[in-house]
Design a protein around this ligand. Structure first.
Ligand code: FAD
Length: 392
């Protein structure tokens, strides 16, 4: 039987950070993963350029049933700490927008720096390793694995959430949590496109590929960014953001004229350009195709002077407060995160250690902490991995 100080299960963002930081403290760390390669989500992230953190990271960028939980770890390993690491490895990066930092080149730059730190600090990384059984022992934990029986003083669960099973996601972390007496809060897909099945599907399909700036709201939260029409429904950053606040059956409000008071704008157009058709005006705000389709499917397009105040108010309502009920989401197949997970009320916010089973730690997405879109999820992986590594 092999014995070591720490075993980390899951060589994703949180597991790699935890392993390299603990090893830098002089701990003997074995990092295992059932996938054939580490950090697959890092490679896929940010459209291949990894949005690795956000300049404006705040606890308010995270969703959790226990919103205070993330504060301590985020304060002890900040976006500036990760930026320093990125700079140490001379990885070129840039701010795309809204504080979102992306690699200039490829996501593999980020994975490369984490793997290089692991190598330098002496982390032993074993891929293609499955865990069959975990038992608590006097000195820590004993694991039955495809590498044989392994023992450790501290066991770190960094197995992530359920999003994108083809990238290695499993519910194993939740299973471990339950085995050691933890509650797992219901999970659902977050940062995920909406599917539409009613008559709007046709409109979405015809506009597929069109992106438009909008203010999207649901359940008292709003995001102003682009929405993207797709063959199956709606996507784009504003939709992905709001999807994390949406529950089946909820309606979503979309303001397609976020820079204007819709009715005031239409009234102004009516008085200044009475002979212009509605679709001509809309064509100046949206693409021609979108303007024509909206004019055909939502309104009767005619010269502005012909609209009664009631008709104009209806047009304003439709454009400024388009209300729809998505049929569902694309689910874990494409979701960027999993909402819910291991209940943080049973985990120390300082150490990430289980309050139920000493020596057991949870880091990253397996916990009930999910970030907004924009680099926040990686920042949580770095911060929580780092926090556990100080104590494991
Ligand atoms: C397509 C996509 C793009 C994204 N882009 C961004 C972005 O640009 N910025 C951002 O901040 N966030 C992004 N995210 C979210 C981010 O990738 C995750 O929040 C982050 O990877 C979570 O880190 P983690 O280490 O907790 O889990 P993961 O990175 O998911 O790592 C978990 C690891 O555990 C392993 N594992 C799972 N089950 C087992 C098991 N049974 N046995 C052994 N090993 C197991 C997996 O193989 C995996 O390597 C994106 C997510 C996706 C899916």
């Amino acid at each position: 039987m092999r014995s070591t100080d720490i075993i980390v299960i899951g060589a994703g963002a949180a597991g790699l950070m935890c392993a390299m930081t603990a090893a830098a403290r002089g701990r003997r760390v074995l990092l295992i993963d059932h996938a054939n390669k580490p950090g697959k989500k890092i490679l896929m992230s940010g459209g291949g350029r990894c949005n690795f953190t956000n300049l404006y990271t705040e606890p308010s960028n995270f969703l959790s049933q226990n919103p205070h939980f993330c504060k301590s770890a985020l304060a002890r390993y900040t976006q500036w700490d990760f930026i320093e690491l990125v700079s140490k490895h001379a990885v070129p990066y840039h701010e795309k927008k809204l504080g979102q930092l992306f690699c200039d080149n490829k996501s593999s730059d980020i994975l490369g720096l984490l793997l290089s730190e692991c190598e330098q600090t002496g982390v032993e990384l074993r891929m293609d390793t499955s865990v069959q059984q975990i038992d608590k022992t006097e000195g820590g934990y004993q694991l039955q694995t495809s590498l044989g029986t392994l023992a450790c003083a501290s066991l770190v669960v960094a197995t992530g959430g359920l999003s994108i099973p083809t990238l290695g996601a499993t519910g194993f972390g939740y299973q471990i949590a339950r085995q050691f007496g933890h509650s797992v809060l219901p999970t659902r897909a977050g940062l995920v496109p909406f599917t539409i099945t009613d008559q709007l599907k046709e409109l979405c399909g015809e506009l597929s590929g069109t992106s438009v700036d909008a203010l999207v709201s649901c359940n008292d939260s709003s995001f102003r960014e682009n929405i993207l029409f797709t063959h199956r429904g709606l996507s784009g950053p504003a939709i992905l953001q709001i999807s994390s606040f949406w529950q089946p059956g909820d309606s979503v409000e979309i303001n397609l004229l976020p820079d204007h008071d819709a009715l005031g704008w239409l009234q102004q157009q009516q008085s200044e350009r009475p002979n212009s058709e509605l679709k001509t005006l809309l064509g100046e705000v949206f693409t021609k195709k979108m303007a024509n389709l909206l004019a055909e499917q939502w309104f009767v397009s005619k010269p502005m002077k012909q609209y009664t105040p009631g008709e104009l108010a209806a047009v304003a309502e439709q454009l400024g407060n388009w209300t729809l009920v998505p049929a569902g989401t694309e689910g874990y197949r494409t979701a960027e995160v999993t909402l819910g997970g291991v209940d943080t009320r049973e985990v120390s916010s300082k150490t990430m250690e289980s309050l139920k089973s000493p020596g057991l730690y949870f880091v990253g997405e397996v916990l009930d902490v999910s970030g907004h879109l924009g680099g926040f999820n990686f920042q949580w992986a770095w911060a929580s991995g780092y926090a556990a590594a100080q104590f494991a």
